[in-house]
Design a protein around this ligand. Structure first.
Ligand code: ADP
Length: 471
């Protein structure tokens, strides 16, 4: 038993399904058929009993009547009547008080099967003398002139034949049903397994050929095809993030290559001339230090970007009011850039709370304000405005600096994108600031947009969902 169970457990799902379906159908069919067979057999037997009882009642009536109306009536005279009323395979015998046979009439019936036996109370039973099956009914008869027993019997051969045929029909039907259910179970299991097989082969090809493989032929809308769709969706995401990752590594190495090349140039200069020439020494050291600082900044920003992207930093935060934080950050900028005029207009969002880490909001503001300062020229005004929209709060930072050409605007949020490298050559930057800020904002289900006009100025808008208002 244990071995059979282990064998079944190791079978492929297709065979398990087929086996399960077939066993179930067999059990149902067998139980139903057997019950039907028993009921039918019982019903037929009852019919036979009813028939023999009716015949007995007829005979009883006949004899009572004859003895009453005909004083000279002899048992033997009833032969013609009995022969007429008797059916095929039947037998009638009238016996006297002591069991002596007085009249025997049989039709295709061996009279030896029934032994003469007088009775006082009626008896009805079936018996099997010599492998034949007979139904016997004995009933006493009592009139003023005669006391004896009527014996009536029926051969149940036809009945037996019929029930055996019925049993065979049911057995053959059962075997056919098992066969058909096994075949249809197998076909169903095949159909059912099709998407699983497709999924398995797709996963295998992904393993062998790479991330571009997908499950094809997703037709019906059942759970398995949703699983296949889910798998395809997952593979799409993986492919995108894999490509992004690759792009990121390429961009980062490209960006790091520039300072490293510059440093390499300065170090070989130092190696050749710098040892004896203090001027070259000083200049090359300063230049290398600047490049190292640039690289340090770049690496730091890259780290921040990967952390923001992996969403490690955005758990649920207590709602905060953004106004004090904006004002504080502006104060810090005022100290650092005394030549600038910072204007804050935050009354319209005084009563608003947003769920964001104060550190992250500060980082976003620092990036945008730093850009505003970096890319301003003569007009040194910078305006920060807060506004409550329907479900969001909008923080706008406006400067009146060099602006961004329309052609570059769609790309400023891309990593490492800097408008016109020549224009930016004196302004320090990595091209990562805006992409970090945007990633922070979208992590909090917010939105960041930029409007700009060359030589007129730039407006950066940060929209964040409102958590609740203090009314
Ligand atoms: P960076 O470190 O170069 O400032 P950012 O991602 O912050 O990188 O910005 C990308 C580019 O967008 C910048 O190089 C600059 O050319 C342009 N930019 C961003 N903010 C402004 C602004 N306020 N005014 C003009 N140009 C801007």
């Amino acid at each position: 038993m244990e071995r059979v169970l282990r064998f079944i457990r190791q079978l492929p799902i297709k065979w398990k399904l087929m086996l399960g379906a077939t066993t179930l159908i067999f059990l149902l069919f067998a139980t139903y058929n057997f019950a039907q067979y028993l009921v039918l057999k019982q019903w037929m037997m009852n019919q036979e009993r009813d028939k023999i009882q009716v015949s007995m009642a007829q005979l009883q009536d006949y004899f009572q009547e004859k003895y009453k109306t005909d004083d000279a009536f002899q048992i033997a005279e009833s032969r013609a009547y009995i022969e007429k009323m008797m059916g095929k395979n039947q037998f009638v015998r009238i016996i006297g008080k002591e069991g002596e046979p007085l009249l025997t009439v049989s039709n295709h019936f061996n009279e030896n099967w029934v032994t003469p036996k007088p009775v006082i109370v009626p008896e009805l039973f079936d018996t099997t003398p010599n492998e034949d099956h007979v139904l016997i009914y004995r009933s006493p008869i009592q009139t003023a002139k005669f006391v004896g027993t009527i014996e009536l019997a029926s051969n149940l051969e036809t009945f037996d034949h019929f029930s055996t045929t019925l049993l065979w029909v049911m057995l053959i039907g059962g075997v056919l049903a098992i066969f058909i259910s096994a075949l249809s179970g197998l076909a169903l299991a095949r159909q059912f397994m099709h998407p699983i097989r497709a999924l398995t082969s797709a996963i295998r090809s992904v393993k062998e050929k790479g991330l571009t493989e997908r499950v094809s032929n997703i037709q019906n809308g059942d759970e398995l095809s949703s699983l296949a769709q889910l798998f395809n969706g997952l593979m799409n995401q993986l492919e995108i993030s894999f490509r992004q990752q690759k792009q990121f590594v390429e961009d980062a190495s490209h960006e790091l290559r520039t300072p490293i090349t510059i440093m390499e140039g300065h170090l070989s200069l130092l190696n050749r001339w710098g040892k004896s020439n203090p001027e070259v020494l000083e200049e090359s050291l300063q230049a290398s230090l600047q490049e190292i600082r640039r690289m340090k900044g770049l690496v730091q920003e890259l780290l921040t970007l990967t952390r923001v992207e992996s969403q490690l930093l955005t758990e649920n935060h207590n709602p905060i009011s953004p106004v004090p934080l904006i004002l504080e950050t502006l104060e810090r900028f005022k100290v650092l850039h005394a030549e600038f005029e910072f204007q804050a207009n935050t009354e319209k969002m005084e009563d608003v709370l947003i769920s964001i880490s104060p550190l992250h909001l500060e980082q976003i503001l620092l990036i945008v304000l730093d850009n505003a300062v970096k890319y301003s020229t003569n007009d040194k005004r910078i305006a920060v405005e807060g506004e409550r929209l329907k479900n969001d709060v909008q923080i706008t930072v406006r400067d009146y600096g060099i602006g961004i050409p329309q052609a570059d605007l769609p790309y400023v949020f891309d990593r490492f994108y800097r408008v016109d490298k020549a224009r930016n050559s004196e302004i320090a930057g990595t091209g990562l600031g805006l992409s970090i800020a945007k990633q922070f904002v979208s992590n909090y289900q917010g939105e960041m947009t930029i409007h700009s006009e060359e030589n007129k100025g730039t407006t950066v808008s940060i929209k964040l969902p409102v958590s609740q208002s203090v009314q």
